[in-house]
Design a binder for this molecule. Structure first.
Ligand SMILES: C[S@@+](CC[C@H](N)C(=O)[O-])C[C@H]1O[C@@H](n2cnc3c(N)ncnc32)[C@H](O)[C@@H]1O
Length: 211
């Protein structure tokens, strides 16, 4: 099993220069989705190739994976997809990222690293402060999607997001996926593994409710 990258390491205090939306995408006015912890971006490639009416942005802390994703992006000449290397927890200090978060329609946290030991909870990507910053930046109606196969991590993420009064849970049964960032319900890389092994999947959608 791979070792998780410790996001609290000083190596990740700085992130690469984040370009503006106009520099990132062919049409910067399209709906924008942000995937946090996108690994090598296979899921985002699947989405971007089919949903030309959306822009997709992935953030990943493992530099090698981002390099691989960027090379593939050049090869395939896809203009509605972009990758940023860095620690998602530090990105909200970046001016350009703040502007971008104000424009996103949705954010996904798909199968984040679980960090099982209590003393390592601080390394989890979803933190109360991070959620607070998102709640201050996101527009009313923006969505957050979480998904994991670890029940304990799901409970922690659900508690952390729900404790912020700006976010309300959406009943999945009434959610219209066809208008979401993932209308075809593509699976992420981890999700395919989880389904193959018949593990449970825990997921929830939240909507930013006040402005
Ligand atoms: C278990 S993998 C899941 C990858 C993908 N989302 C999927 O569902 O297949 C979790 C990913 O999140 C990345 N990650 C963990 N902490 C992060 C952070 N603070 N900022 C950005 N990426 C992070 C890891 O390096 C890893 O690629």
């Amino acid at each position: 099993m791979r070792q998780h990258v410790n996001p609290l390491s000083k190596n990740f205090d700085e992130i690469e220069r984040v370009p503006s939306l106009i520099e990132m995408f062919d049409d910067s006015k399209l709906n924008l989705h942000l995937d946090i912890g996108c690994a090598a971006g296979e899921f985002l490639f699947d989405l971007a190739l089919v949903n030309s009416n959306w822009n997709y942005l992935g953030i990943e802390i493992r530099e090698r994976l981002v390099k691989t994703a960027k090379l593939k992006l050049q090869e395939k000449k896809i203009k509605n997809l972009y990758f940023i290397f860095g620690n998602a927890n530090n990105i909200l200090n970046d001016y350009q990222i703040k502007l971008i978060i104000k424009n996103v329609k949705s954010i996904s946290f798909n199968f984040p690293d679980p960090w099982f030991k209590k003393r390592h909870y601080k390394r989890r990507v979803i933190q109360p402060e991070f959620i607070k910053s998102l709640s201050n930046l996101l527009q009313k109606g923006s969505l957050i999607f979480i998904k994991t196969d670890v029940k304990e991590l799901f409970d922690y993420m659900d508690f952390t997001i729900s404790s912020n009064l700006s976010f309300k849970k959406i009943d999945k049964n009434y959610f219209n996926y066809s208008e979401s960032y993932n209308p075809n319900k593509f699976f992420t890389t981890r999700e395919k593994y989880v389904i193959m092994n018949k593990f449970d999947i825990f997921e929830r959608i939240y909507i930013k409710s006040d402005s």
